[in-house]
Design a protein around this ligand. Sequence first.
Ligand code: ZN
Ligand code: FE
Length: 257
Amino acid sequence: MASPLEIVTVPCLSDNYAYILRDKASGKVAVVDAPDAKAISKALDKRGWGLDWILITHHHGDHVDGVPKLKSRYGCKCVGAKKDEGRLPKLKVALNEGDKWKLGETRLRVIDVSGHTVNHIAYYCKKAGVVFTGDSLFAIGCGRVFEGTHLMMWESLSKLAALPPETEAYFGHEYTLANAKFALTADPENAALAERAKEVEAMRAKGEFTTPTTIGLELATNPFLRAAEASVQKAMGMEGADPAAVFGEVRRRKDVF
Ligand code: ZN
Ligand code: FE
């Protein structure tokens, strides 16, 4: 089945990604996060598209700083987490975990992925088989836990890990090469990871984006999703420990890597 969405990846600032979504049936256009109004406008203009909505994942400046300029240029409106309304740009649509919202004819569902920030949300489109994870899940990594707890982040990542393995995950930063280097220390016996690390190195050498990844690929190679696996537990010196605790140890090590 053809995807109901057209998706355009827009590199912004030094390592951020914004994603333009166009609902093919209605022609409605949204952008997931607004790191840089200029880069997003350029991508829209090139295609002759307007902008109806900005879907915000979380409140950090590198995800919302482009909102005012995009609003004044396109008259678009914001969608975001209801529980974070106090510190997000003004929302036209405020959503909670599990809420559904339609871009034209295409339904998206909100997944609360708190941890990097509390009330960080991801947008999942089952029909298109895609999820926009912001700074929760990255390729071979995850966001730093600034506001939540390690347990909270583990639970959030576990929700993403439970999506169909073929789901494409579009993430907020191109950190994949650095993530791979750390991951090799956290899961040193993982052959799939070793192979992927080489691929990532080749892709980045050519300037290619590593987004999107897939949930299946992350389950096989991302040490933050693999805290229940014997190989990662062994590398952490925590065989048989609670996966959430192992996740916490992997995250702590990455913080000082
Ligand atoms: Zn962030
Ligand atoms: Fe960010």
